[in-house]
Design a protein around this ligand. Structure first.
Ligand code: IVH
Length: 665
């Protein structure tokens, strides 16, 4: 085989495996085999630059080059849809279509995905351009970034596609990925993304495509445009496009009456909460393209389609006061204290106000009636003030505090940051307690016999003043406290002792060094031999480690420059915590011996690779596809419908992450 033939073979196999893994959710080969093939291809491409190809699977990995986006004009303008929140306006739309067409018609009902829209152009089966909506007339060329999204095919399957066409859809960040991303950002004290939509559009506009590649964006395509489409039906065209390799929603439905449409709306208003991605409504489209053409467009939107938006869950209530919380890093969070109000199934009494700028922009006064929304956000937030209800009795204007509510130190605001900080790191009680709480948390030292209340009690009764004090506590010390019996005291001491086995990477995370979240801690622990090497590392050495930039490097160096931190680490070392890298102790068992296990979906406790590892360590075999020989399926969220159906047909048991962990523990 010539080099060119090898390159072509590798490319075509990698495209196929990508599709199996990301779109069908059904890999045929192991991640290791995939990675090996990818590096073989990368090497060959590096050595033979004459065979460079913009649609090679290696483009999925992204590049570190910074670039500004070029603006590209859309071949067909990217219009938006008319919006409605009311069922009667949906009925009006239906009637207008009926009158306009004066013949039978079908309506395709589909989910309105809440991400950021994208237009993809394919020529001769290859992705040639990806452009954002922009102002509708022209958008940013984000092709390199989009190429890193695994559910978007670079090369189409089969040969039944039109020679030139455009397909539009929505780029999304799945909930689980969004939550994980925000957890990591929180640990690194970076500003959180308010919702998956902002996270997706922020990511897509990133200047560094390797950042995009790491974020696991997803894409659903919902609109095909071109001169030579296979069918007259929009629904039928998209089913066809799914055969070319696109990810098309499996929840589209053709409706033949207004009643069908309302059933669809009512079903998804509830059921959408179980979807892996955010949706904010339903889109209704006349299915026939010929009929679409007959109906045409207004200046802003098509007459053949409408979006019905779900009500954002919102409530109106009174703002009683604003209190301020001090986090473990000294960051101050303003919190609105509200009259309790029912919202999306829970009673809301407090909402985050984020920072001083948000308070200023809302022009908040005590006693104001404010709107609270949950929407796609994790914590309820205040989205507005009902100024009409203020009347003559305007309350006091909310002014951000200038001193720490706990220790009274002056607050500072670092340049370019939205938050205010208390800098009294070593003596401000909530910061100290916050650091201890972080230290014992599940992903850090996992001392679950302790919790925030006990930390509070231990700290207030002067039993502990930092995390190292935990390791010199005795049962007798703890028993002195109110409501603490022998048994619970022993439990706590055992939990603390057990944490001495927690591996280096988690101990590093537990220290709570600014910007060192779980992922960074892992990278560091795998790159240095022990804590001494990390303590002595300079900025430049740290920056050589994958994913560590200037800001993180500076924070690590500053942490170890502080003598108090070095003393703390020495004390933790002397009580026996793990401060050096160890080959992981393997806990072999034969609990899964002889079993063939298929992994499917998205997981929250371990990654897919970790589960594969666990299966092997317990004597089982991981298999990519379901067959009669499959013993069971380890299913996370978002298991593909095709797999579900197959499992059902063959009567194969599906077990959850929790059940699996129980099984092997
Ligand atoms: S069709 C001309 N279908 O909603 C019609 N749009 O204002 C083109 N969206 O910008 C859009 N899900 O980003 C269509 N199933 C869906 C959609 C959808 C989400 C977004 C899209 C567009 C906005 C409509």
């Amino acid at each position: 085989m010539t080099v060119k033939e090898t390159i072509d073979r590798l490319r075509s196999e990698l495209h196929r495996h990508n599709y199996n893994y990301y779109v069908l959710n059904s890999p045929e080969i192991s991640d290791k085999e995939f990675d090996d093939m990818m590096s073989e291809l990368q090497d060959l491409e590096r050595e033979n630059p004459e065979y460079q190809d913009n649609n090679s699977p290696t483009m999925r990995v992204g590049s570190d080059l910074n670039k500004n986006f070029t603006q590209v004009e859309h071949r067909y303008p990217m219009l938006s849809l008319g919006n409605t929140y009311s069922e009667s306006e949906v009925a009006d739309f239906y009637e207008r279509v009926q009158k306009g067409l004066n013949e039978d018609f079908e309506i395709c009902a589909e989910l309105k995905y809440d991400g950021t829209s994208i237009s993809l152009t394919y020529e001769n089966g290859k992705l040639i351009r990806a452009v954002t909506r922009g102002d509708g007339e022209k958008g940013d060329d984000v092709t390199d970034n989009v190429k890193t999204i695994r559910t978007i095919p670079l090369i189409l399957h089969g040969n039944n596609y039109p020679p030139l066409f455009e397909i539009r859809g929505e780029i999304l960040l799945p909930w689980v990925v969004f939550e994980k991303l925000n957890e990591e950002r929180e640990a690194r004290e970076e500003p959180l993304f308010a919702n998956p939509r902002n996270a997706a559009s922020g990511t897509l506009k990133s200047q560094n495509s390797s950042v995009v590649a790491s974020r696991k964006l997803d894409a659903y395509l919902y609109y095909l445009l071109g001169e030579e489409l296979p069918y007259d039906g929009h629904y039928e065209n998209l089913q066809e496009a799914s055969k070319w390799g696109f990810k098309i929603s499996s929840h589209m439905k053709k409706c033949h009456s207004l009643a069908d449409i309302f059933n669809y709306i009512n079903y998804w208003d509830v059921e959408r909460k179980n979807l892996p991605v955010a949706t904010d409504g339903i889109v209704l489209k006349v299915n026939s393209i010929r009929q679409q053409r007959n109906l045409g467009f207004t200046a802003k939107s098509p007459r053949w389609a409408i979006a019905y938006k779900f009500q954002a869950e919102r409530a109106l209530t009174r703002l009683n006061k604003v209190t301020y919380q001090v986090g473990r890093t000294g960051a101050i969070t303003p919190v609105a204290n509200l009259d309790p109000v029912q919202l999306a199934g829970t009673v809301v009494k407090r909402a985050s106000l984020h920072n001083a700028d948000i308070i200023e922009n809302l022009d908040l006064h005590i006693g104001d009636m404010v709107y609270v929304e949950k929407g796609g956000e994790i914590i309820p937030k205040i989205t507005g003030v009902d100024k009409d209800t203020r009347g003559m009795l305007l309350g006091e204007k909310v002014k951000f505090i200038t001193r720490c509510p706990s220790c009274g130190s002056n607050l500072i605001r670092y340049e370019g940051e939205a938050a205010h900080y208390c800098t009294n790191e070593t003596a401000c009680p909530p910061q100290i307690k916050g650091k201890i709480e972080h230290f014992i948390s599940r992903k850090a030292m996992n001392i679950d016999s302790l919790g925030p209340e006990k930390v509070d009690a231990f700290y207030n009764s002067h039993l502990i003043k930092d995390v190292a004090d935990l390791y010199t506590l005795t049962v007798e010390d703890i028993k002195q406290l109110d409501r603490m019996g022998q048994k619970s005291a022993e439990n706590i001491i055992n939990g603390i002792a057990k944490s001495k086995e927690v591996p280096f990477e988690r101990v590093l995370f537990a220290l709570g060094i600014r910007f060192v979240g779980e992922t960074v801690a892992k990278k560091l622990a795998r790159s240095v031999k022990d804590i001494d090497e990390l303590q002595d590392a300079g900025i430049e050495m740290l920056k050589n480690i994958d994913e560590i930039g200037e800001k993180i490097a500076q924070s690590i160096v500053a942490y170890f420059q502080n003598a108090a931190n070095r003393i703390l680490v020495e004390r933790l070392k002397s009580v026996g915590l793990q401060f050096s890298r160890k080959e992981e102790a393997v806990n072999y068992s034969d609990k899964l011996s002889g079993q063939s296990i298929v992994i499917s979906g998205v997981f929250s406790k371990h990654s897919r690779d970790e589960y594969k590892d666990i299966i092997e360590k317990h004597g089982g075999k991981n298999s990519g596809s379901i067959s009669a020989k499959t013993s069971f399926i380890l299913a996370g969220e978002n298991m593909g419908p095709a797999k579900l159906e197959k499992a059902d047909k063959l009567g194969i048991k599906i077990i959850s992450e929790e059940e699996f962990i129980d099984l092997i523990s």
